[in-house]
Design a protein around this ligand. Structure first.
Ligand code: PFF
Length: 469
């Protein structure tokens, strides 16, 4: 029996409730909508908030080079594998992996890869909504002109005032969480498509505008040198791990998000081409963010390695000085929140779809329970910046440990499971047919990267994390 017919007949899904829901699953209305949704997932705080600050902390050019290398050799092959599993398995990540394992006659334990992804996404959400809350808090702050004429010290003071105000943090973080849960509860495909159509191009244009402003008002030459001229003496083993972890984070890999989105992808769309475009869009946004931020960092005598507050301190200085800056600034933070929400949606989807398809729990109930637990967990991240700043988990605050644990351990682990499953459990013929790489030579390159290159690279990372190498 083929995968499709057995899904329809309910023999793969097991319980009848699951079968009905599988049959009722819709698809993205076009390849373009999938591209928008996947890019919406990939582009987010990782590009605009995290990429600049970790690049600043890790010495610039050499870090960027390693990061780009990781995107090309590990990120893109894995992205294709995730979308492929989703589309062929046509369920939430755990269900999709189980379906394919059954088809290949392999152990159903492989579905742990899907569970792990959902769990990782959950942990990421707990701190991601808090940072998205910072961006939301900055919308009224910027629009009201608080940054007009502000210098670096004044801007830093406004950011500190936010971090030390748990009530504001909770309010804004909760608002982001509530909107996410509302959209996921309504069903990802309907609301998302409309929002993303104007949001992604809007964000891109605003970023281009900011780069233009930074080129005129900032120290552009120094920023370009910092970002693109590698100084390998600034690169440590730890930074290489970070670059790999960030490649996972920025492409939304190892958490089931791309599998979940792939599960709504119509047949006939080339997974290879679309994935390449998603990675290209994602990388461009990160580099543009760097080009918008570092000229201002250098021109204002700020420290590139100043950490997670970097964009929240530098960009407002620019908004405070440019004509119509209040308006552009407000708009920029609105776009940043939207970009973050299109990522939080994709982070929640695997877990919610799993509860719904596996146990027949309604989306509304699944959203309410998940949202409540997440909200509690996000409080720990909020308090990391104030009440609980001195409490440490593995030598880090709760916020930092969630970031570290997910990006450096759990996402690569999920990614490793995915490549091993795709490269060693699924049949080559099935994969070749599904992935849509027409040229046999390119298929070989991808297939070998997936089977050998990626597992070895991730393995090396783990060994160095535990201090073996
Ligand atoms: N890729 C998102 C970003 O760069 O902000 C973050 C993210 C979304 C990570 C979805 C993981 C994920 F599943």
């Amino acid at each position: 029996m083929t995968e499709k017919s057995s899904l329809a007949a309910g023999t793969l899904g097991g319980a009848s409730v699951r079968t009905q829901q599988s049959a009722a699953r819709g698809l993205w209305s076009s390849r373009w909508v999938f591209f928008l949704a996947a890019t919406g997932s990939a582009v987010g705080l990782g590009n605009i908030w995290k990429f600049p600050y970790i690049t600043g902390e890790n010495g610039g050019g050499a870090f960027v080079l390693v990061y780009l290398g990781c995107i090309l050799t590990i990120g893109i092959p894995l992205l294709m594998a995730e979308v492929l599993i989703g589309r062929r398995g046509r369920q939430n990540p755990a269900g999709a992996v189980a379906n394919l394992a059954r088809e290949a006659g392999a152990s159903l334990h492989w579905r742990t890869v899907g569970w792990l992804g959902g769990f990782t996404g959950f942990l990421i959400l707990s701190f991601y909504v808090v940072v998205a809350g910072w961006a939301l808090a900055y919308v009224p702050t910027t629009l009201s002109g608080s940054f007009t004429g502000a210098d670096a010290a004044a801007s830093a003071a406004l950011f500190d005032a936010l971090l030390t105000d748990p009530l504001r943090l909770v309010l804004y973080g909760s608002a982001v969480l509530a909107v996410t849960m509302l959209i996921v509860g309504l069903g990802v495909r309907d609301g998302l498509e409309r929002a993303l159509r104007f949001m992604m191009p809007g964000l891109f244009i605003l970023l281009l505008g900011l780069v233009g402003y930074a080129a005129v008002a900032g120290d552009f030459a120094r920023a370009v040198e910092f970002l693109f001229v590698p100084d390998f003496s600034a690169l440590s083993a730890e930074s290489m791990l970070l670059a790999l972890g960030h490649a996972f984070f920025t492409l939304s890999l190892g958490c089931g998000a791309m599998m979940a989105y792939g599960s709504y992808l119509p047949k006939g769309v080339s997974i290879a081409k679309t994935s390449l475009l998603v990675a290209l869009a994602d990388t461009s946004v990160a580099l543009l963010a760097g080009l918008a931020i570092f000229p201002l960092v250098f021109a204002n005598g700020l420290e590139p390695g100043s950490g997670p507050g970097l964009i929240f301190v530098t960009l407002p200085i620019a908004f405070g000085q440019m004509p119509l800056g209040q308006l552009f600034g407000g708009l920029f933070f609105v776009m940043l929140v939207l970009a973050a929400v299109s990522s939080t949606i994709s982070l929640s989807e695997p877990g919610i779809a799993w509860l719904n398809e596996r146990f027949g729990i309604s989306r509304a109930k699944a959203v309410l329970t998940t949202g409540a637990v997440l909200w509690l967990l996000s409080l720990a991240s909020v308090f990391s910046f104030n009440h609980w700043a001195d409490y440490q988990l593995f030598g880090r605050t709760f916020f930092d440990s969630m970031d570290y644990l997910t990006a450096n351990w759990l996402m690569p682990l999920g990614g490793l499971g995915t490549v091993l499953f795709t490269g060693w459990v699924l049949k080559e013929k099935v994969v070749r047919e599904a992935v849509g790489i027409v040229h046999p030579g390119w298929f070989r390159v991808w297939w070998n990267l997936l089977r050998f290159g990626t597992p070895v690279a991730i393995g090396l990372v783990f060994f160095s994390l535990i201090g073996v190498i």
